[in-house]
Design a protein around this ligand. Sequence first.
Ligand SMILES: NC(=O)C1=CN([C@@H]2O[C@H](COP(=O)(O)OP(=O)(O)OC[C@H]3O[C@@H](n4cnc5c(N)ncnc54)[C@H](O)[C@@H]3O)[C@@H](O)[C@H]2O)C=CC1
Ligand SMILES: N[C@@H](CC=O)C(=O)O
Ligand code: NA
Length: 430
Amino acid sequence: MNSYRSLRIALLGAGSVGSQVARLLLEHADELAARVGAPLELVGIGVRDVDAQRDVDLPRELMTSDLGTLVASADIVVELLGGIEPARTLLLDALASGADVVTANKALVAAHGPELFDAAEILGAQVAYEAAVGGAIPIIRPLEQSLAGDRVTRVMGIVNGTTNFILDRMHTEGSSLADALRVATELGYAEADPTADIEGFDAASKATILASLAFHTSVPGALVHREGITGITDAMVAQAERTGRVLKLVAICERLPGEGGDRVSARVHPVSLPATHPLAAVREAKNAIFVTAEAAGDLMFYGAGAGGPETASAVLGDLVSIARRHVLGGPGAASSTHADLPIAPFGDVLARHELALTVADRPGVLAAVAGLFAEHGVSVESVRQDAREAHASLVLGTHTASEARIASVLDALEAHTDVERIDSVIRLID
Ligand SMILES: NC(=O)C1=CN([C@@H]2O[C@H](COP(=O)(O)OP(=O)(O)OC[C@H]3O[C@@H](n4cnc5c(N)ncnc54)[C@H](O)[C@@H]3O)[C@@H](O)[C@H]2O)C=CC1
Ligand SMILES: N[C@@H](CC=O)C(=O)O
Ligand code: NA
């Protein structure tokens, strides 16, 4: 090994991921030093309460609640606090002092990535965030580096482990959303506020990051269409199963070609897909991301999307890579937004939908409902009918139509006197 001085690592946060990063840094110190060419010295762990009980036994003398002073003393700051503040300010301070930064904080990168990347570029520092999307799965580096010479057209997949775990348990064990969420939280998959998971905010942050990287365009989080899983009922799960399908929460980032040039769309919503679809086999808290690029064709990335040790693996990968740059020198890889493509409104996105309706059970209702679809330019592919007392249940599958047309059909159905209820609306993937 050469005689490069120790690199001073400040770790912020000792929760599910932070405690595992600390454990691995301490347990594998010799091996990591050999890989980097210099010892990685964990100089402190920033926590709220130095005496708090933790899953992992960590040296008390490393704990500090003075995160600002800890950051000022480091070569590399690893941020595993979550949330926007104080993480954002601490990382900007770290970059300003010349330190490099590793973070797993997708909410922060999605909302303030450009600010952090600009601060890093001015100072020749690096911001690495492999753990922010797909947990342990390498996906940031492939998009940022391995595919840098190709033209990515689509990134699609399951990017939130907690909601995948919940939907999986709803399908396989008939669990309620609340019960499955409790287990996912115990297993360290959920965000500190799990609303971020179940309402799709976490997946939307990841879609923002993936779309920005894939299309070299700064995609603002506010323009990412977001729907979570709280509207998914037992009846929808049963309905999907009756037709050999599975419900999943997916993120879809696409380059949409058009006469005026390419536009970009990023969205997160539940879909119903055939049980034979590769994404249907993604169980528990696993993630899977498909990337399509013009020259490379279709690529699939699969693995643990959440969990303390799994995510710590990605954090340590970033840490080793940044630390080697300290030792060997040279510029780091940087994200680029040179393409600056416009973002397509969600209404322009095309999808197939399945709608379940409760309607009055009288002659002519089916024709009236079908007429509404035709009026709004949506073509119906399939209809199933099931009569119950004075009501009838209709399940209609559409051909591909724009989200704007579907939204106007839904408005018209809601206003129609024969439609008692729209029971569910789900997008279909083949
Ligand atoms: N848990 C997982 O599977 C994954 C988590 N992430 C991300 O990693 C980061 C950490 O996640 P977890 O470890 O799961 O969260 P966690 O909630 O288990 O840990 C965060 C820790 O930071 C501490 N903390 C928060 N604000 C603080 C402050 N101002 N001062 C001192 N301590 C503070 C909390 O007390 C807690 O112990 C988040 O950004 C999360 O989104 C990313 C991928 C997977
Ligand atoms: N809460 C997140 C953690 C990883 O990013 C998830 O469930 O995917
Ligand atoms: Na990752």
